[in-house]
Design a protein. Structure first.
Length: 95
């Protein structure tokens, strides 16, 4: 885990540091096991200002990563790419 000293910033006095905003909101796209999602879940507060996972979206209704999200208390949704006639329509649904 990165600390200030790892970044070469240990000599900065705490009074000189600017406060960080709220955690960054992100949406995570998955299609399978969700191992990268799990890494994000496990380390989401290791950095300042942290990460807030707002939603996890999968194009695969059977993706195990959906279960990982729900176990972490994160909203999970499926937008199945097979429900769309072309990539453009699917991409629009994601937005």
């Amino acid at each position: 885990m990165s600390g200030l000293s790892d970044l070469g910033l240990s000599d900065i006095e705490s009074s000189e540091r600017k406060p960080f905003p709220s955690p960054y909101p992100i949406v995570v796209l998955i299609s399978g096991n969700g191992s990268n999602l799990q890494a994000i879940i496990d380390s989401r507060m290791d950095f300042e200002p942290g990460i807030e996972i707002c939603t996890v979206i999968s194009n695969n209704p059977q993706a195990y990563g959906l279960q990982r999200a729900r176990q972490a208390g994160v909203n999970a949704a499926v937008i199945n790419h097979r429900d769309y006639t072309d990539r453009s329509s699917f991409d629009t649904a994601l937005m």
